[in-house]
Design a protein around this ligand. Structure first.
Ligand code: ADP
Ligand code: MG
Length: 240
């Protein structure tokens, strides 16, 4: 689904990613771990071209999306992204938040956009909140609206950047539950998270990054129970 080859990214003199190679297969759930500042967000942002790579190539469904003249919006349309901050439109109901990009970007009819919005909100457990405004929803509910909004666009892959980090602990579980359901339905997912329980249970592969490189990757058992790198051991030791 995604093939990252020799990806480098610098901001001015600051080198943030150094020659990253990563393959993500269709239906795979890849969890990215690593200390703050290791380049996790920058890597995700390069994947959907929110950041332009400084070097290297990224292939998405076989197509080089780093080639000149690529339609950035067309690429992004096929990659759903969920951030730590939910970024809902505050003046629109949950349902209208899920409808708006369907209408404007995909040009779906009002009826179709509404039907899909209700379906997606139902899947994230918010069937009874469709007419609520964001301010009337908990952080966890708002994040689930943001997930429904991304899913309504029929993405081929979902990118999650610390989607639960801004939530109170008691709200984290519901959002992780939605992400788990999505994984079980076969969605291709790249998930930056500090939730080790989720990583262990849901990830097909765990990737540990530090200092802009992939230090180690493997199954959850390999990385959590038998990390080979001292840096990985150190990181896991600190958060355990
Ligand atoms: P992580 O998500 O793992 O915490 P980031 O990808 O956000 O790491 O950041 C990696 C490094 O890149 C940090 O040192 C950060 O300060 C730097 N960085 C990220 N975005 C920018 C930017 N737009 N301009 C300059 N430096 C940036
Ligand atoms: Mg980050």
């Amino acid at each position: 689904m995604i093939s990252i080859r020799g990806l480098g990214k610098s901001f001015g003199d600051t080198v943030v990613l150094r020659s990253i190679d990563l393959e993500i297969a269709r239906g795979e759930v890849v969890v990215i771990l690593g200390p703050s500042g290791s380049g996790k967000s920058t890597m995700l942002r390069c994947m959907n071209l929110l950041e332009r790579p400084s070097s290297g190539k990224i292939f998405f469904k076989g197509k080089d999306i780093t080639a000149p003249g690529i339609d950035v919006n067309a690429v992004r349309q096929h990659m759903g992204m969920v951030f730590q901050q939910f970024n809902l439109f505050p003046h629109l109901s949950a349902k209208r938040n899920v409808m708006i990009a369907q209408r404007k970007v995909l040009k779906r009819s009002r009826e179709e956009a509404e039907r899909i919005a209700l379906e997606e909100l139902d899947k994230v457990g918010l069937a009874d909140r469709v007419n609520y405004m964001p301010a009337q929803l908990s952080g966890g509910q708002q994040q689930r609206v943001a997930i429904a909004r991304a899913l309504a666009m029929n993405p081929d892959v979902m990118l999650f950047d610390e989607a639960t980090s801004a939530l109170d602990p008691e709200l984290v579980r519901d959002v992780l539950g939605v992400m788990r359901d999505l994984a079980h339905r076969g969605m291709t997912m790249v998930v930056v998270t500090h939730e080790m329980g989720f990583a262990r249970e849901v990830a097909d592969r765990v990737v540990f990054m530090d200092g802009g490189v992939i230090v180690e990757q493997g199954t959850p058992e390999q990385v959590f129970d038998h990390p080979t790198s001292e840096r990985t051991q150190d990181f896991l030791g600190h958060i355990a």
